[in-house]
Design a protein around this ligand. Structure first.
Ligand code: MTE
Ligand code: MO
Length: 472
């Protein structure tokens, strides 16, 4: 841009703190982003690029490469980068996504780099166990390449004198193999419905950011005891899991779970190495993944390389600056991430998977057939699913397909089916709105509308699910 001063990369590098102001470069531009930092949807992560080039970060978080973001950036432009310095950051940079696994073409991607995708909703309810190839994928970073021969699980923290290291082979052979069936749901499942009320920040998930699998592995508790941990130690407040996937500043994905949950012998927390009887696919955490049943997807850390017993929550961005709920009156200026609670157990949820929204449906003996899923966090079992076609004035009970788990330890979803009788003389071409809502074993219910649930990140979207269909 003509008329603006020219800077060298060296000059940009001097502006790497709030005191000196924060500068970054991108292609030919130099930008002073100090005033943008409080507005950045990704929070203070942007500081990783302070005093340097944005290119490697935007390769990693490719959502940024959009015209509207580039246009917005120009507002912060203060100069031009010296020609010799341009492209210097990317010249020798390999695409961090070059080694991603192959994925099924049927997925509906919500972002490519990192890869995030959900299977078609109608397929999801065709089987109680989601096939590995169709299991929804939520990656924050590139999928790491882990050599099973070199894999190490490190265990450290309060009460463990010297870090304990286990190989994959040891994890598989030293501990009893424990198998559970559990559903994992992303906190952002159904965000697209919240988005319709007022735009939120996050991937525009439909209703299929949820899947169910049988996971096998060692119990976390067995592994920690083997490592010499005193699991009764009163200073152990949280168990932290660190992934082997890292960002350009080499920070790993991480999350933590309160110790009462992670160390509860009835909580079935696993360091899993099998998914549906096979090695865990790369996208889902090969070779080892933390499975924390009943707890939000974000804490089920994939590619787990380290477990830490600590007295505080994980310092990871995703524990402290994301995956938190706020009131619908709270905006990005007023949200206090330090005060807000991390999402752990999820609230009761359900969705209609068949028919699809907007479909034309045929009737059988004057009834419409609907199918869907219902699930609640914390092991609370689904005890009822209600379906209505008159805006909730009357409801019929769906038939439930569920496992025989107890009401306190119900990790897997419930699939449901209902034949909903239409009023007599319903004419072909009539539009009908089908609604579902579920009740869990604590008699928690889903709220009717999204308005009171709206929040800046669009998480915890659990209002009644509705699809509109046309009668054939
Ligand atoms: N673990 C690591 N290491 N890295 C990640 O990006 N994403 C989390 C969680 N574990 C993530 C992770 C989130 S937000 C969710 S919803 C689940 O993994 C998704 O698991 P899936 O991809 O197997 O469906
Ligand atoms: Mo998630």
């Amino acid at each position: 841009i003509v008329g603006l001063p020219e800077y060298t990369m060296e000059e940009v590098a001097k502006h790497d703190s709030l005191q000196n102001r924060i500068w970054v470069s991108y292609h030919s531009g130099v930008y002073d982003i100090t005033d943008f930092i409080p507005l950045h949807p990704g929070g203070t992560k942007i500081l990783m690029a302070a005093g340097g080039s944005l290119e490697p970060f935007w390769e990693m978080y490719a959502v940024h490469k959009k015209d509207e973001i580039l246009a917005m950036m120009e507002e912060y432009r203060i100069g031009n980068l010296r020609a010799e310095d341009r492209g210097y950051a990317t010249a020798n940079m390999a695409d961090p996504y070059a080694a991603e696994p192959k994925r099924h073409h049927i997925f509906q991607p919500r972002s490519m780099k990192p890869f995030n995708a959900e299977p078609p909703l109608s397929l999801l309810v065709d089987s109680f166990i989601t096939p590995n190839e169709l299991y929804f994928i939520r990656n924050h970073l590139p999928v790491p390449e882990v050599n099973p021969e070199e894999y190490e699980l490190e265990i450290s923290g309060i009460g463990i004198k010297k870090e304990v290291v286990l190989t994959l082979e040891e994890l598989k052979t030293k501990f009893p193999k424990h198998t559970i069936t559990t559903t994992i749901q992303c906190a952002g499942n159904r965000r697209s419905e919240i988005n319709k009320i007022k735009k939120v920040k996050g991937l525009d998930w439909g209703s299929a950011a949820i899947s169910t699998a049988q996971w096998s592995g060692a119990r976390l508790l067995d592994v920690l005891k083997h490592a010499g941990a005193d699991v009764e130690h009163k200073d152990i407040k949280h168990i932290e899991f660190e992934g082997l996937d890292t960002d350009p500043a080499h920070q790993p994905y991480g999350a933590s779970v309160p110790a009462e949950k992670a160390l509860d012998p009835n909580a079935d927390v696993l360091l899993a190495y099998e998914m549906n009887g096979e090695e865990i696919p790369r996208d889902h955490g090969y070779p080892v993944r933390a499975i924390v049943p009943g707890v939000v997807g974000a804490r089920n850390v994939k590619w787990v390389g380290r477990v830490v017993l600590t007295d505080e929550e994980s310092h990871s961005h995703w524990q402290r600056r994301d995956y938190k709920g706020f009131s619908s009156s709270c905006d990005w200026d007023t949200a206090d991430f330090d005060k807000a609670y991390s999402i752990q157990e999820l609230p009761v949820q359900s969705a209609i998977c068949v028919p699809s929204d907007g479909a034309t449906v045929s009737t059988v003996s004057g009834a419409v057939k609907a199918k869907g899923y219902a699930w609640s966090g914390g092991g609370r079992k689904i005890i009822r699913v209600d379906v209505s076609i008159d805006q909730g004035k009357t409801w019929i009970n769906a038939k439930l397909n569920q496992d025989d788990s107890s009401i306190y330890r119900s990790w897997a979803w419930t699939l449901w089916e209902a034949d909903i009788p239409l009023p007599e003389n319903t004419k072909p071409g009539t539009q009908v709105e089908v609604i579902c809502k579920a009740v869990d074993s604590s008699y928690n219910v889903q709220p009717e509308t999204f308005e009171p649930l709206w929040n800046i990140r669009g998480v915890l979207a659990t209002a009644w699910h509705r699809v509109t269909v046309t009668i054939e």
